[in-house]
Design a protein around this ligand. Structure first.
Ligand SMILES: Nc1nc2c(ncn2[C@@H]2O[C@H](COP(=O)(O)OP(=O)(O)OP(=O)(O)O)[C@@H](O)[C@H]2O)c(=O)[nH]1
Ligand SMILES: [Mg+2]
Length: 1029
């Protein structure tokens, strides 16, 4: 089929919802997603079969090709006829590297099914778990492709039987992850039940999700991957072959004269065949027989590899192919490149696209199978009840479920990201293919123009040159410019209705609330801050990998591109014809952008270009944050190093088009306090009398501060929060944030808060702390910073009645004058926790207890409003009380999983320990000499880590860094050796030994804060040091 015919076909097919499949390919990095996509694309003739697996068609960016990793998700529409029906498959390739996991989110959201690829040698890797979980949470159905089967033969040199057991193990690993997801869901749904008995029970056969009551009566059989169920394919994407159980059932059922059902049940599993009687028996393992799968499947594949790659026996190969009835092109048979020959033979025998695409068409749901459960999940966040939505909103559920492509159906579209496309790539600007008639017409026109010119005679200037009018010059210039310009195309899925160019739609931002603004919008008003706008669709496109094809309309169920929205949509949005559509539940990103740098243009005249470029980048990348710091620097926050490099490249080459200087990465720290340590730096117990005296006396831990006008005074004490509590507050951050933004709380928010309170009490009871008692939890009046951070402010002033955070923000109407100033009090705490005293980084895990608060009727005059003075006095009191405790810095930590060969393990450990990391876990991958190592590594020490590891281990290790937690750096940044032992051990100043001090000074320097260090104090000593070297 030619490309044009194919596109026409696809255009027709997109009107039939039942034969549409929206799927994405998910996997850990480098497990072969893009290679697999290539093979599937090749089946449509878009790229040649010979190039499949080598071209990496979906990796359209230059840097993706160079580095060999995918950095964005992209879609392509494929045509596939299956069982007398014709299907359109919108296939999305996604990146596997953690830095780009937000791109995976954007793809998963638009799909109904997923192909999860697992490298058979590496097995389940961290990202494999993450993507399975993502698929699960979004309610999309996964299929499994066990890829790189060739590695078992060529690299691991396993015998077919050992290979079988290895594959079985990998399959079990994957199923273990599925089982875990399932049980968690059951337990959490049971938990929900206590609070929510109105949840309708629903359980459809074949659904992946399940709300049934207990684990025992929950049916999880359809959840697992099992070859017999036809949801597992074994493949070698690189060598171009794949098969499912069905492939071989078809081959053998006639040959062995056995029913398909029997073979389906026994081909995978502990069964063997009695050759003479042609009987299938159970218990291959116990009887030490070859399992059926080995005998009928693997043995054949292995011998094909053996004949071609090892024996290089063309005659035998020809016999084999003849007996299988395969047609191999003579050109392929003549070649001396045996690898190419193998690919030709294998892909003729077990063509890769068939088992995978037919599995997609028969097992995965069509957009119409979306079901109520998933529709509700899209319409209503988990923290709210579907029943709490407006009636008219609830009524739209039926439109979601119907997925109707009728003109009359409400139009509902979700945009999951904006794809930047250079204008020259758009179909209107592409060189057009002319028909013969058009060509003739153009020739005639040209001839006429030529005649005219001859008649006019030579004009001024060079002979034959055509004088351009000014208008023409301007137009050409504009055209040139616009070719380089970027246009944003919305990557979207139509959930209901038809979208056509010229349609005017509501654009609903994530914060839009139909309950509040639905009515106003219906009458044509746009209230302020309603987070909605209107936009007109300019064009609708079919997404074809590197190309776009203009469509007349986009129908329900399809994944399409829409232009004309870039003004209204920043990253994601919901489009609809009705104001009652709720904005789709926001995508939850599994990683958190942590790496920030300051960027500035090389030439200051490019400042505007940079600012504009950053804006475009922000729009194009769901996971980038662009900020302007207090001092006016442009900050760029990215997920990791690879992501950062891609962003900078994008800025320089496409968005800002100017040279840019990038600062050293800025890594966030946290400040905290810890209980008074028992030992000093050389592990000697600190004796009571050597401790600073005042620390024994309780009162000295309090800090009293007065307002400048002496009207008000405060006594505050700082206490360290137990780790469990800090973690709990960190995890509850989103809920606290939601609560902190509102003044009166909804019922739902109150229950959430109550839950946090109960959890805090449990944690505190378990981790008994001398200083904190349960009563204090009830007296928390605020969290901070930003009212949702992991620090608490506790009111312990006798007879001061302030509402605690649990009771809401309103204060009781008691005639206490202090009540008026409560908000200033809390603001002081907020400021203190936002910038700690060590180096102005936010605090973490600190409780501030307000112990006294006096307020006189009058104070000295001339100091400005009292409220302002209170803010700064409280801030001061908090900071000073913090400084009275043992202070610590906290570093952001990456967790990284590295897969290494045993021989380079030592060198890997060397690199990790040099960077102050720790090895947490080390496992031998069964049946290989490979280890999976899990390590924690401070983010600040992680730069160029991947490169160093790669160099040190000659490319044998592939680290992936994910930000996971904060860790206390167990040394006082202000510590200097005091005891004799410490001085002998560390020298007098011990600067180099104190990493906390080093980090603190770097941060202070960056922020322009005073560093109390005399730089040349030890010049003498340094000289002696160099001498003695
Ligand atoms: N031996 C073997 N190698 C394969 C196979 N499939 C892919 N590869 C190789 O594995 C490497 C990674 O393949 P990709 O297709 O880029 O992997 P990916 O999953 O798209 O990687 P990311 O997009 O970066 O996550 C490439 O060098 C491929 O040639 C296979 O079946 N067998
Ligand atoms: Mg890829």
């Amino acid at each position: 089929m030619t490309q044009q015919l194919l596109n026409k076909k696809l255009d027709q097919l997109q009107k039939q919802v039942d034969t549409i499949r929206n799927i994405c390919i998910l996997a850990h990095v480098d497990h072969g997603k893009t290679t697999l996509a290539d093979s599937l694309v090749a089946a449509n003739g878009i790229i040649s079969a010979r190039m499949a697996g080598k071209l990496r068609y979906m990796d359209s960016r230059k840097d993706e090709q160079e580095r060999g990793i995918t950095m964005k998700s992209s879609a392509i529409a494929l045509y596939y006829p299956c069982q007398e029906k014709e299907y359109i498959i919108n296939l999305m390739d996604s990146p596997g590297h953690v830095d780009f996991s937000s791109e995976v989110c954007t793809a998963v959201r638009l799909c109904d099914g997923a192909i999860v690829v697992v490298d058979v040698v590496e097995g389940v890797q961290p990202q494999t778990k993450v993507v399975l979980q993502q698929a699960w949470e979004q309610g999309i159905k996964p299929l499994l492709v066990i890829n790189k089967m060739d590695r078992l033969i060529v690299e691991m040199k396993l015998e077919p039987k050992d290979a079988y057991f290895h594959i079985k193990q990998v399959l079990e690993q994957v199923n273990a992850v599925m089982g875990e997801l399932f049980t968690t869901r059951i337990f959490s749904s049971q938990e929900n039940k206590h609070t929510d008995d109105t949840q309708p029970k629903e359980f459809k056969d074949g659904d992946v999700y399940d709300w049934s009551s207990g684990l025992e009566d929950a049916d999880d059989s359809h959840l697992y991957f099992e070859p017999a169920l036809g949801n597992v394919v074994f493949a070698s994407a690189y060598d171009g072959w794949a098969f499912s159980i069905d492939t071989f059932i078809n081959m053998y059922s006639k040959k062995l004269n056995m029913s398909e059902q029997v073979l389906r049940k026994t081909l995978w599993g502990d069964f063997y065949i009695l050759a003479k009687e042609k009987k299938i028996m159970k218990g291959a393992n116990a009887k030490n027989k070859k399992p059926l799968f080995v005998q009928l499947v693997l043995d054949n594949i292995w011998s094909m590899y053996q004949t071609t790659l090892v024996d290089k026996d063309k005659d035998k190969l020809e016999k084999m192919t003849n007996s299988l009835g395969l047609k191999i092109a003579p050109r392929d048979l003549r070649t001396t490149d045996f690898k190419a020959l193998l690919t030709a033979v294998m892909s003729a025998w077990l063509p890769i696209a068939d088992p995978i695409l037919s599995m997609v068409c028969t097992i995965l749901p069509s957009p119409r199978d979306i079901g109520e459960e998933r529709s509700k999940m899209l319409m209503c966040p988990q923290t709210a009840k579907f029943e709490s939505l407006h009636e008219k909103t609830q009524a739209l559920l039926s439109s979601f479920v119907a997925c109707s492509a009728e003109e009359t159906a409400p139009k509902i579209v979700f945009v999951s990201k904006m794809i930047p496309v250079s204008k020259s790539q758009l179909p209107i600007n592409r060189a057009k293919v002319f028909t013969d008639e058009e060509l003739r017409a153009r020739r005639d026109a040209a001839r006429e123009r030529h005649q005219e010119r001859l008649l006019q005679g030579p004009s001024s200037g060079i002979e034959g040159a055509v004088q351009l009018t000014e208008q023409q010059i301007e137009d050409t210039a504009k055209e040139e410019e616009s070719k380089n310009e970027i246009e944003f195309i919305a990557f979207a899925r139509v959930f209901s209705g038809v979208i056509k160019p010229g349609d005017e739609l509501f654009v609903l931002g994530p914060k839009y609330n139909p309950n509040l603004s639905g009515e106003a919008l219906e009458t044509g008003e746009f209230p302020e801050d309603c987070h909605a706008a209107k936009a007109i669709v300019s064009n609708v496109y079919m997404l074809l990998g590197r190309d776009l094809e203009t469509l007349e309309a986009g129908f329900a169920g399809n994944v399409i591109g829409i232009s004309g929205l870039s003004e209204q949509v920043l990253k994601s949005a919901t489009l609809s014809s009705s104001p009652w559509v709720p904005p789709f539940v926001e995508l939850v990103h599994s990683t958190y952008p942590i790496l920030r740098v300051a960027v500035e243009p090389m030439r200051s005249s490019d400042m505007r270009a940079l600012a504009r470029g950053l804006q475009l980048l922000n729009q194009a990348d769901a996971h980038v944050e662009v900020l302007v710091s207090e001092v006016g620097e442009h900050l760029l926050v990215t997920a990791g190093e690879v992501h950062l490099q891609r962003c900078i490249l994008d800025l320089q080459e496409s968005y800002a088009k100017c040279e840019i200087t990038v600062s050293e990465p800025i890594v966030p720290f946290r400040e905290t306090i810890v209980p008074v340590p028992e030992t000093d730096m050389v592990n000697e117990a600190i004796e009571a009398d050597s401790k600073p005296k005042d620390e024994n006396e309780e009162d000295m831990n309090d800090e009293s501060v007065e307002t400048p006008n002496k009207q008000c005074s405060f006594k505050v004490r700082a206490l360290p929060l137990p780790k469990g509590l800090t973690d709990l507050l960190q995890d509850s951050h989103l809920i606290l944030k939601a609560v902190g933004e509102k003044s009166d709380l909804s019922v739902k928010a109150k229950t959430d808060l109550e839950e946090i309170r109960e959890k805090m009490i449990t944690v505190l009871t378990e981790n008994a702390s001398d200083a904190l008692n349960l009563e204090m939890i009830d007296n928390i009046i605020s969290f901070g910073p930003k009212r949702c951070g992991p620090n608490v402010f506790i009111n312990q002033v006798p007879e001061l009645n302030i509402n605690s955070i649990w009771e809401g923000q309103m204060t009781r109407g008691i005639s206490d004058k202090r009540i008026e100033y409560v908000s200033s009090l809390v603001n002081g705490f907020q400021l203190a926790t936002l910038n700690g005293p060590i180096c102005e980084e936010p605090m973490m895990g600190v409780a501030f207890v307000l112990e006294e608060w006096t307020l006189l009727d009058e104070g000295d005059s001339g100091w400005g409003p009292l409220s302002g003075q209170i803010v700064s006095a409280v801030k001061d009191a908090c900071r000073k009380s913090f400084q009275k405790q043992p202070q610590r810095l906290m570093t952001a930590m990456y967790t990284c999983d590295i897969l290494v060969k045993a021989e380079v393990l030592g060198r890997l450990y060397g690199v990790i320990s040099r960077r102050h990391g720790q090895i947490v876990k080390e496992d031998l991958v069964e049946g290989s000499s490979t280890f999976t190592v899990t390590a924690h590594l401070p983010v600040v020490e992680s730069f160029d880590f991947s490169n160093e590891i790669r160099k040190q281990t000659s490319g044998l290790a592939m680290p992936q860094l994910v930000f996971t937690h904060w860790e206390v750096l167990d040394i006082d940044p202000f510590w200097i050796p005091t005891t004799e032992e410490e001085i002998t051990h560390f020298g007098e100043k011990a600067d180099s030994e104190n990493p906390a001090r080093k980090y603190m000074n770097v941060i202070k320097k960056r922020k322009g804060l005073k560093i109390d260090e005399k730089i040349v104090e030890f010049a003498e000593k340094q000289r002696t040091l160099t001498k003695s070297k």
